[in-house]
Design a protein around this ligand. Structure first.
Ligand code: NOJ
Ligand code: CA
Length: 533
């Protein structure tokens, strides 16, 4: 079946808009996607074997989370060698094979680059420690003397606890994340040159782009002044912080853009930038900087019509908007939206909203299955550094990283021939890819339909929208040519007059037959798409 799937040419066939402006990009959290060798950990060979599934799902591109050599203090976001593959995930030949297969299937591939920090096991950091204070190797990182016995300032790590760790010779180094992730000094020319080399290494291998980890954090205010308060920072804070969203980061991206533009085929970069508002986010996607930035304000938004409309409006002011509901760092949205039936119903409606909006959408593996957050992982299996760093008060992000259930009745549901690295709920037998594939009402069927319609309908993807009037609690907009989306976010069903044919709906939408105008009943917390005109 897979082999016969009709493959569209990789270039955007529909119009002149570059592929990424309307792309649906599927996030593969490699460790949890598919295990190719039975050690219980997802890997590149496993991911490669599931590419036909992604092709059939209807996405345009895949984002692979870090697969580089790493002690895995933070799920691989602690890299020791940016130009290789960790043996647990395979080797460079596996990567090349995955990339070749993806391209053959018409899927683009973007990879994660982690420039804010290395692993503490990186050769540079070993050199910095060995060299002692004043050594040139320390300039690649942010080493400072303390204030007496205290760290150089009061900054706290995103994972909890101080953002500074003291080394045996008395100096301290900065780590915005775990102590195993020392921050690089982006004022250092060698650091900058190293990363342009890394980008070129992967671009030469044929990757279609990069997701930039902590893209808002690489430059720190050189004063390293106290922030004047304690407590962990929330990533979407409105606070101006001396280590996030400093204007200096943009200079780095201008340089990176020239590198990307020198390669054929629209290579892109997407920023992971947690910034206070859409205006600050827009700065990352200026024409000579990055192509996209994740829209965490959309992800953070409650299932509420007014709030969603506000976020959508603000986001549309951005040159190339993106939409994201979940990723490997946040609670899965089915659970965020209330869990159970309510969570599923809202997640279905949110998917149709996201996929109808102008721009590019990111789908996190398993959201197309409606996977909930796993809230009852036993303490002893938790691996997220946040758990220990917070003094075991924050359980961390393992609950959204539980492996994907593919098939069968029993864990690990086709994910692996061995014991999965995190236990999978026994109850997932009914929501595997296999189980949902035969179910027209399943979340998977909804994603497949919506993605197919999105590919086929000329109004979807890149473009503009126009708000239409609707009852309170309802978002309704049209897109040209000939497309209407309505999201009834309210608690009661509504009647909507739409002179069109239903393309798909997240719930039981139906046409009232006793009216002269075409009037549709849209149940509570339900979205629908029509083709009109
Ligand atoms: C953001 C990544 O998505 C997250 O998983 C990681 O812990 C931090 N950056 C630090 O690299
Ligand atoms: Ca494996």
């Amino acid at each position: 079946m897979h082999a016969s799937t009709a493959v569209q040419p990789i270039a955007a066939a529909r119009d002149e808009s570059p592929w990424w402006r309307g792309a649906v990009i599927y996030q593969v959290y490699v460790r949890s996607f598919a295990d190719g060798n039975g050690d219980g950990i997802g890997d590149l060979a496993g991911a490669r074997s599931r590419l036909p599934y992604l092709r059939e799902l209807g996405v345009d591109a895949v984002w692979l989370t870090p697969f580089y050599p790493s002690p895995m203090a933070d799920g691989g976001y602690d890299v020791t060698d940016y130009r290789d593959v960790d043996p647990v995930f395979g080797d460079l030949a596996d990567f090349d094979a995955l990339l070749a297969d993806a391209h053959e299937l018409g899927l683009r591939v973007i990879i994660d680059v982690v420039p804010n920090h290395t692993s503490d096991a990186h050769a540079w950091f070993a050199e910095a420690l060995a060299g002692g204070p004043g050594n040139r190797a320390r300039e690649r990182y942010i080493f400072r003397p303390g204030k007496g016995d205290e760290p150089p300032n009061d900054w706290e790590s995103i994972f909890g606890g101080p953002a500074w760790t003291q080394v045996p010779d008395g100096e301290w180094y900065l780590h915005l994340f775990a102590p195993e992730q020392p921050d690089l000094n982006w004022q250092d020319a060698e650091v900058r040159a190293e990363f342009t080399g890394i980008l070129r290494f992967w671009l030469d291998r044929g990757v279609d782009g990069f997701r930039i980890d902590v893209a808002h954090g690489m430059v720190k205010d050189p004063a390293l002044a106290d922030v004047g308060r304690t407590g962990q920072v929330s990533l979407l804070t409105k606070e101006r912080l001396p280590y996030f969203d400093q204007d200096g980061v943009h200079e780095i991206y201008r340089e990176w853009r020239t590198i990307l533009d020198a390669y054929p085929g629209h290579r892109i970069a997407v920023a992971e930038a947690w910034v206070p508002d859409a205006e600050r986010l827009a700065r990352y996607v200026r024409p000579d900087e990055l192509h996209q930035a994740f829209n965490f304000h959309f992800l953070d938004c409650a299932f509420d019509a007014a709030a969603m409309r506000r976020v959508v409006e603000e986001s549309l002011a951005i040159e190339a908007p993106t939409w994201v509901l979940s990723n490997h760092d946040v609670q899965r949205h089915v659970t965020r939206y209330g869990g159970g039936y309510v969570g599923q119903r809202r997640a279905r409606a949110a998917a149709l909203l996201m996929l109808a909006l102008p721009g590019s959408a990111y789908v996190y593996q398993g959201e197309e299955l409606g996977l909930p957050e796993v809230l009852d992982l036993p303490d002893e299996v938790l691996q997220d550094p946040m758990w220990e760093r917070s003094g075991r008060t924050e359980r961390g992000r393992d609950g959204c990283r539980v492996p994907v259930p593919w098939s069968g009745e029993q864990a690990p549901f086709g994910f692996s021939a061995g014991e999965p690295w995190l236990p999978m709920p026994a109850s997932w037998g009914g929501i595997t890819v296999e189980a949902q594939s035969g179910e027209p009402g399943s979340m998977l069927a909804l994603y497949r339909t919506a993605l197919r319609v999105r590919r086929d309908h000329p109004a979807l993807g890149d473009g503009a929208l126009r708000w239409l009037d609707g009852p309170s609690g309802v978002l309704i907009f049209d897109r040209g040519p000939g497309f209407v989306c309505a999201v009834n976010a309210g608690p009661d069903e509504v009647e909507l007059a739409v002179d069109g044919e239903l393309l798909c709906a997240s719930g039981p939408v139906y046409l009232l037959s006793d009216r002269r105008s075409r009037t549709w009943v849209v149940p509570a917390e339900t979205a629908a798409w029509w083709t009109v005109g």
